[in-house]
Structures are given as structure tokens and as C-alpha cells.
Design a binder for this molecule. Structure first.
Ligand code: SF4
Length: 381
């Protein structure tokens, strides 16, 4: 059976999407918080290889869809038999991805990997997107990561050509729209470029997902980080703003800066307060804000800003008003046992609760407590 290349990382919303590796790793690879591709060299894959991979995906799709009845129900014994007859792990991995896309993902989306496909020449990207549309006409979403600087380097006509060919969604890790914070995290582009990129995507009719990272400017920049990010994102008014709370990863340059005292990492509550300011200052925009990553402490920050802003602020305020023991219980339980709400603390069993209370009793407030939280949270990224 044919196989195809996939990378490791994709946005959470693409957990059931087809993953097509168009480039390998990240062409920038220098953000001070990011360890995803450290030590790996960026490469573009040969066009013929990518096109062959699309053809392989399509042939697996045909095999899987041949095991459906007239109402689209899967013949699971036949699918299982085919899956277990495959000879290699790679074949099984590819087959499982296409099946998941068909069965659980409503044949909705494909995501182009790795970290910044928009760095590719437009003519090459167009050939890839056109082949995808030819082989997968049922797709509603063809999505990619795109850095602001790469998006700026495309002309409005190029972006429109890509949209017309089928590329209709971009995920962009702005993280912040504060120039000072962009400098601290070494993002490699400016807030002005972010605004230009966002407006160009809007003009081309491409759905925009922007990431905001509370806490990435540290204590010194927290207010400005929220205010500048809200100001630029309001001007773009993207379809989606996705929350990705900053978590200092051991081994990263920011971790070293924190140890050297040139960066002051924020507490969990500090980051929640920054998020609150950011949401508050988005007043007037219509974007859908969503906390769709396990790294975020508060998972129910979600809704259209123009309709749900007050409800989101109330929810954040409810957390901030918890007494310090309940707050700590929730912080730990969210990271260790993946509960979603402080009300879910009741669902923990006696041994889980006593484990949490033991840590609360024995780990002092302040830096030791934050270090404990970080040790659990950083495992999630
Ligand atoms: S651009 Fe994205 S993938 Fe590349 S280093 Fe920065 S955060 Fe990591």
C-alpha cells in the first residue's frame, strides 16, 4: 500500500484532519519560547514527492470508502481486516489517519505541515493546493500555518489566487502584537507586519486564526502585551482568536533569561489577569475567542466577543475570586488529572485529592509553588 509523510505538530482543531507534510520543521526556528523544531533543519520537500503523497492519500481514501454501504456506514470488520493486513507501521499509521478523517472528521479538512508552509513560492503552493482539490473535492478546509512575515511577502493577488485554488484557512502564531514582547520572544516580525498580514488575509477572504499567548512578555510587559495585542487584533477582527498561554519550557532561551533575571516569568494568576485584560479590551470586535489547548488553565474562555464577552469575563472573575486553597487545588488538578472546572474537584477520588492537598501543604507559596505548576504544565506542550 502507498504511504505518505506526516509531521508531528498541528493545531488542536486539526486532530481529525488529514496531515500533509509539505515542508519539514520551521524556517525561522528562533522564537525564544519554542522548542518544537530546535535542532532540526528546515527543508522544503520536492514538489513531486508532495504530489505523490496526495495521490497516496487519495488511493487510501478510495479503499476505505469502498467499505461503506449506500448510507455511508463503515463495514468495520472489513476495515479492521484491511488495517491488520497491512505490512508496516507506516502503512497502518497512514490508513488510520485517513480513516479517522473519514469517520470522525466528516472529511472536513486537510492541514499542510510543518511550521510555516506559507514560506513556499506561490506557484509551488498552488500546484499542491490544486492537486488536493482535484483528489479531495469533498474538503471544506485547506489550512496551513503562516508566519506574518511570510504572509506579508505574498502580494494580494497571490493570496487571492491561493484562496481561489482552495487554501482557505491560515493559523498564525502572532502570540502578541506588542513590539516589545515580540522582541523579547524573538518572533522575527513586528506588530505592523502582523497588521498588514491580517488585513491582507481578510482582503483575500481567507479565514484567520490568530494565537494570543498571555504571559509571554513576562511581568514587565503584561499590561502592554494585553493592550497592544487587543488593539491590533481588533483592527484585524479575525474569525478566531485562539488562546495559547505562555509556559516556560526548560532548555528554551526564555528559561535561561528567567534564570539570569532578564525575564520575569508570570504566575498562573498573573497570566489569567492578563487574559482578562485582553478579553476586556477586545470590546467592539466580533471574533470567536477560544481556549482550545490543554495548556490553558481556563478552558471555558469561549464565544463570540460581541455576544459572550461579559460571560467570559464573569467566568474568569469567578476563578480569580476562589480562595487560595481552592485555586491551588484547581491549578494542580487541571494539570495532573485534566479536570476542566473547579466544580469538577468533587469528581476526584479520595487519593487524588489527598495527593493534591499533600502538595499544597508541603510546597511553599510563591516561586516553589509556581515551579511545581510549571513542572506539570510544561509536560503538556
Ligand atoms: S515560528 Fe512557530 S514553529 Fe517557528 S520557532 Fe516560532 S513558534 Fe516555533
Amino acid at each position: 500500500m502507498n504511504t505518505f509523510e506526516t509531521g508531528t505538530y498541528r493545531p488542536p482543531m486539526h486532530s481529525f484532519s488529514l496531515l500533509l507534510r509539505v515542508t519539514e520543521n520551521c524556517p525561522w526556528n528562533k522564537c525564544n519560547f519554542c522548542m518544537l523544531y530546535r535542532g532540526y533543519q528546515f527543508k522544503t520537500r520536492p514538489l513531486e514527492d508532495v504530489l505523490n503523497d496526495i495521490d497516496s492519500m487519495a488511493s487510501i481514501k478510495e479503499r476505505i470508502l469502498s467499505h461503506t454501504d449506500s448510507e455511508g456506514n463503515f463495514d468495520m470488520p472489513a476495515i479492521n481486516q484491511e488495517y491488520f493486513s497491512l505490512r508496516t507501521d507506516k502503512e497502518r499509521e497512514c490508513y488510520a489517519m485517513v480513516f479517522n478523517w473519514a469517520a470522525n472528521g466528516n472529511m472536513e479538512a486537510i492541514f499542510l505541515q510543518d511550521g510555516n508552509t506559507m514560506v513556499l513560492r506561490t506557484d509551488k503552493l498552488l500546484k499542491i493546493v490544486e492537486r488536493i482539490k482535484e483528489k479531495f473535492p469533498e474538503l471544506n478546509i485547506i489550512a496551513s500555518y503562516g508566519r506574518a512575515d511570510s504572509l506579508c511577502s505574498k502580494s494580494p493577488d497571490e493570496l487571492k489566487a491561493l484562496k481561489n485554488a482552495g487554501l482557505n484557512m491560515i493559523h498564525s502564531g502572532f502570540e502578541t502584537c506588542c513590539n516589545e514582547t515580540l522582541n523579547v520572544i524573538n518572533k522575527g516580525f513586528t506588530a505592523e507586519q502582523e497588521l498588514e498580514a491580517g488585513l491582507k488575509l481578510k482582503d483575500a477572504g481567507i479565514t484567520i486564526n490568530l494565537f494570543y499567548m498571555p504571559g509571554n512578555g513576562g511581568e514587565a510587559l503584561t499590561e502592554k502585551n494585553a493592550a497592544d495585542s487587543a488593539r491590533v487584533m481588533k483592527k484585524i477582527n479575525p474569525e478566531y482568536i485562539r488562546i495559547r498561554t505562555f509556559m516556560m519550557k526548560e532548555g528554551s532561551p526564555l528559561y535561561a533569561m528567567n534564570s539570569a533575571g532578564t525575564f520575569r516569568n508570570m504566575t498562573e494568576d498573573g497570566k489569567v489577569k492578563e487574559l482578562r485584560s485582553f478579553i476586556d479590551m477586545l470590546d467592539g470586535c466580533t471574533s470567536y475567542v477560544i481556549s482550545d489547548h490543554i495548556i490553558n488553565l481556563l478552558p471555558y474562555v469561549e464565544g463570540y466577543i460581541d455576544k459572550s464577552r461579559k460571560g467570559i469575563l464573569d467566568y474568569i472573575d469567578e476563578y480569580l475570586a476562589l480562595d487560595s486553597t481552592d485555586k491551588k487545588r484547581f491549578q494542580l488538578a487541571r494539570r495532573i488529572y485534566y479536570i476542566n472546572h473547579w466544580n469538577d474537584l468533587d469528581s476526584l477520588n479520595a487519593s487524588q485529592l489527598s495527593n493534591i492537598d499533600y502538595m499544597i501543604k508541603n510546597v511553599p507559596d510563591g516561586a516553589p509553588w509556581e515551579k511545581l505548576i510549571l513542572s506539570y504544565a510544561s509536560k503538556l506542550i
